[in-house]
Design a protein around this ligand. Structure first.
Ligand SMILES: NC(=O)c1ccc[n+]([C@@H]2O[C@H](COP(=O)([O-])OP(=O)(O)OC[C@H]3O[C@@H](n4cnc5c(N)ncnc54)[C@H](O)[C@@H]3O)[C@@H](O)[C@H]2O)c1
Length: 257
């Protein structure tokens, strides 16, 4: 078990699913943990600070509040996200795009922008939640997938920019995880679709994702930065082809001159 003894951590989206599992694991490892979420539901032992991560002032206020007790924060997990799936490019609305990026991308940017101000001179840890769909092209999930690809790339840019401050910046790219995000959708077609295509043949438990965050938050991960780590049962390594519609050979055939 990695120790986070004496560390102060802020976890966005800590009220449910992956974030809740991270909060529990960080508490068990000895950290003081603040959960920043739209919801004030909170794991016992953690401190709830309600905020919308897409609102820069609210997120900065959370970070300032979390830093006020010990004068700094050590770990920031930018995890809050929304997942509008099942939308083809031709059906995406301006509102879908805007809200997806406001929460999933802007929220991470605001964390990377303001978190370092509260981190000690000896360094800090920023860990973002990307997704396997941010590493692969997927049908009917483009706004979400592209937002998660942006998170992966922002992670690399921030890792380079913040390295002189000894702040490491990494991301975890989960496969499909059995959280309310996924299980609250009646007959969610993603569950059989992804299960069938995952080399390990099953979906993830939130604790299996949280374990990667614990490692990245620990002192032992001091030399890991700019990494986007898939924790996905192997799905980003290779999977069966999508059930795409049959190819129209009249369109795809190579034209001979
Ligand atoms: N569940 C999956 O299969 C899966 C896979 C890959 C990545 N992810 C990512 O993991 C993260 C957590 O997802 P989850 O499955 O635990 O979802 P979840 O719905 O169980 O939890 C998400 C939490 O984020 C909070 N939240 C949403 N919008 C917010 C906002 N604007 N400000 C503050 N809090 C907000 C919600 O209130 C909720 O508590 C998300 O970024 C998601 O995109 C999930």
């Amino acid at each position: 078990m990695f120790s986070l003894s004496d560390k102060v951590a802020v976890v966005t989206g800590g009220a449910s699913g992956i974030g809740e599992a991270i909060v529990k694991m960080f508490l068990s490892a000895g950290a003081t943990v603040y959960s920043a979420d739209l919801s004030d539901k909170c794991v016992e032992g953690a401190i709830s600070l309600t905020a919308d991560v897409s609102n820069e002032e609210q997120l900065e206020a959370v970070l300032a509040e979390a830093a006020s007790a010990k004068g700094h924060i050590d770990i920031l997990v930018n995890n809050a996200g929304i997942q509008p799936l099942g939308i083809l490019f031709e059906d995406i609305t301006t509102q879908d795009l805007a809200r997806t990026f406001e929460v999933n991308v802007n929220g991470v940017f605001y964390g990377i922008k303001h978190g370092p101000k509260y981190m000690p001179g000896t360094g800090g840890r920023i860990i973002n939640t990307s997704s396997f769909v941010g590493l692969l092209g997927v049908p009917a999930g483009s706004a979400y997938a592209v937002s998660k690809a942006a998170v992966a790339h922002a992670t690399k840019c921030a890792a380079v920019e913040l390295a002189p401050k000894a702040i490491t910046v990494n991301a975890v790219a989960p496969g499909t995880v059995l959280t309310p995000f996924v299980t609250n959708i009646p007959d969610n077609p993603e569950i059989p679709f992804v299960t069938q295509r995952t080399p390990l043949g099953r979906l993830a438990l939130p604790e299996e994702i949280a374990a990667a965050f614990l490692f990245l938050a620990s002192d032992q991960a001091a030399y890991v930065t700019g990494a986007v780590i898939p924790v996905d049962g192997g799905i980003a390594a290779g999977w069966e082809a999508y059930d795409l519609p049959p190819v129209d050979e009249n369109i795809t055939k190579v034209q001979s001159s």
